[in-house]
Design a protein around this ligand. Structure first.
Ligand code: PMP
Length: 326
C-alpha cells in the first residue's frame, strides 16, 4: 500500500495504489487476494476510470477545459467522474434512472455535478439517449460512455493490472472479477495474459445475468439484486472480449449477500455485493486450482472489492436476505 510521505497537490494523486489483502477463508495452498478499491477518494474502483477517461479525452481534444462531461450512470462511475471533473476544470452532468441508490446521487451532487433523473421504467437505454441529446445541445460537451470507451479498460491495463503483479512479484495464477462494463476484468486480463499467457481469467456475474452466453454457457435470464455487475443485454457490453476469458462464473444473490456479511464479521471488510460475488467466485477458483481441476501458472488468485457497503446501508445490505433491496 502506498504511504504518502509528502504532501500532495490534488486528490487525483490519491487514486490507485490500493492495498492488496489476503482473503483468509481460502485454501492455504492457493491464497486469494482482494484489491480494496474503497481506498480511492471517491471510495470505489471507478475513480480510476473517471481520472483516466477525462484526462484522455482532454488530451485528445474531445472536450476542452471549461467544457461539460455528460454520462449516463447509476452510480460509482458518476462519483469517479465527478471527482476528476472538479479538479480538471470540467462540469459534470449525470443522467440516472430514478431507482438507483440515493446515496450515490447525493455524493455526485456534493461533488458539484448535476443529476438528471429519467423514469426507472424506461431503463438505462433512455438514460443513454438523453445523455447524447444533451451533449448535442451543448457546445464543448462529451459523453465518455464507459460501456464502449476503450479508455475504461485501458485504465485498468495501465494501473490495476501492474499494481497486482508488482505486489505479488508477478506470481499470479488467476484473475477473477465481476463484469458490469467489463472494463476492470478486460484491463487486468490483457495485462495478466501479457505477463503469462496461461493466466486463468474468470468473469463473475449474478445468477440471472447473461454474460455467460457470450462464451456459449447456458443461462436463464432473471432479476438480481447484486449491484454493479451483470447484464440483460449483451449487445451493450462492447468491451467484453471472450478471447480473454476462460469461463464466466454465476453467483446467486443469496451467496453474495451472505459473503458480504461474512467478510465484515470475520475479516473486517466493509464491502458491497459485487465484492461478495467476487469473493465467492475467487474462492471457488482457488479450490479448483487446489483440486487440480484448473491449471494456472501460479497459485495466487486475485480479485477486487470494488466499493464499500456504506453506500448501501439504506438498502439493508447487513439485514436479512429477504429484506435486502439490492
Ligand atoms: N462493482 C461495482 C459496485 C460497480 O459499480 C461496478 C461498475 N459497474 C463493477 C463492480 C463492475 O466494474 P466494471 O464496470 O469495470 O465491469
Amino acid at each position: 500500500m502506498t504511504t504518502y510521505r509528502e504532501p500532495l497537490d490534488s486528490v487525483l494523486e490519491t487514486i490507485g495504489e490500493t492495498p492488496l489483502v489476503r482473503v483468509h477463508d481460502s485454501p492455504d495452498e492457493v491464497p486469494v487476494y482482494a484489491k480494496l478499491e474503497s481506498f480511492n477518494p471517491g471510495a470505489s474502483i471507478k475513480d480510476r476510470i473517471g481520472k483516466y477517461m477525462l484526462e484522455g479525452m482532454l488530451e485528445r481534444g474531445d472536450v476542452a477545459p471549461g467544457g461539460t462531461i455528460i454520462e449516463p450512470t447509476a452510480g460509482n462511475t458518476g462519483i469517479g467522474i465527478a471527482v476528476a471533473a472538479g479538479q480538471l476544470d470540467l462540469d459534470a452532468v449525470f443522467v440516472v434512472p430514478e431507482r438507483f441508490s440515493v446515496e450515490k446521487q447525493t455524493l455526485m451532487r456534493a461533488l458539484g455535478a448535476d443529476v438528471i433523473n429519467t423514469p426507472s421504467e424506461d431503463g438505462m437505454g433512455r438514460a443513454i439517449e438523453r445523455a447524447h441529446e444533451l451533449a448535442d445541445e451543448l457546445d464543448n460537451a462529451a459523453v465518455p460512455q464507459q460501456f464502449s470507451n476503450p479508455l475504461n479498460a485501458e485504465a485498468h491495463y495501465e494501473t490495476t493490472g501492474p499494481e497486482i503483479y508488482d505486489a505479488l512479484d508477478g506470481e499470479v495464477g488467476a484473475l477473477v472479477a465481476g463484469c458490469g462494463t467489463a472494463g476492470t476484468l478486460m484491463g487486468m486480463a490483457r495485462y495478466g495474459r501479457e505477463q503469462h499467457e496461461d493466466t486463468h481469467v474468470v468473469a463473475v456475474e449474478p445468477e440471472g445475468s447473461l454474460y455467460g452466453t457470450l462464451l456459449g454457457q447456458e443461462r436463464e435470464e432473471g432479476e438480481y439484486k447484486t449491484e454493479g455487475i451483470g447484464t440483460h443485454d449483451t449487445s451493450t457490453n462492447e468491451l467484453f472480449d471472450p478471447e480473454l476469458v476462460d469461463t464466466v462464473h454465476a453467483v446467486p444473490d443469496q451467496d453474495s449477500h451472505a459473503e458480504v456479511q461474512r467478510l465484515a464479521a470475520e475479516e473486517g471488510h466493509l464491502v458491497a455485493s459485487s465484492a461478495g460475488a467476487n469473493a465467492v467466485a475467487a474462492k471457488k477458483v482457488a479450490q479448483r486450482i487446489a483440486d487440480g481441476e484448473v491449471d494456472a501458472p501460479y497459485d495466487a488468485v486475485v480479485t477486487v472489492f470494488p466499493d464499500s457497503s456504506e453506500r448501501y446501508l439504506s438498502k439493508g445490505i447487513y439485514g436479512e436476505y429477504e429484506e435486502w433491496e439490492g
